[in-house]
Write a protein that binds this ligand. Sequence first.
Ligand code: BTN
Length: 234
Amino acid sequence: MSRLVHLKTVDSTNTYLKMHRADLPHATVVYADTQTAGRGRQDRTWVSQTGGLYFSVLLKPPYNPFLPNLTQLMALSICYALEKYGLTPAVKWPNDVQVDGKKISGILSEAVFDKTVFQAVVLGVGINVSQTDLEHVGQPATSLNALGINVTREEVLQDVLQFFQRGYPALCEKGFETICAAYTQRFAALGKKITVKDGDKTIFGLAEGISPRGTLLLRTDQGLKEIYIGDVLV
Ligand code: BTN
């Protein structure tokens, strides 16, 4: 990645990059020791005390990409890094990373527009490294230290970015198909009956797979449904 910015504290690394996007080059990465207003998906708060890794990547692709695919590449890169440490992570579609069914990482991806003109994408990542208090996560959660892995936040950052950087050009050029097999292999719900929250609807079905576009293929009583964005509940 071209530029690495380290901040002791910031409201949110995503907000920081969105605000400074015009002055910063493509592939700038900012990471912070703590965030005072860390944000999660669906307007949730991302509690960001010392010990966690909080970073965001600024991307300026030449066209407005299908955002979930960039998020999926990031989720896969996090999996690769965790596998390097001997863990067996899985992706909770579309973008949480879990180990033993417990959340270890989340991703918040945001597209930035100037009026209606696409400007950039900010991919924000939180990884639990050495925090001890994970009660607030609202679902079973774990950290690298709790799993017996002693790595620094900087090592984890470098490992994740290395994988992301490798996959990014091919993803931009050829699309999700370049990572579809690797992603599907790590798809936690594959072959399971799940409930998916799709906007204000919930849909129940069998997770048959991930399509070459990165969408979730769910076999329901009404037939095969392709889900573009949502949250797997169970
Ligand atoms: C989620 O699981 O809901 C996504 C969490 C994303 C948190 C990261 S921490 C770094 C970046 N800055 C933020 O404010 N959020 C993301």
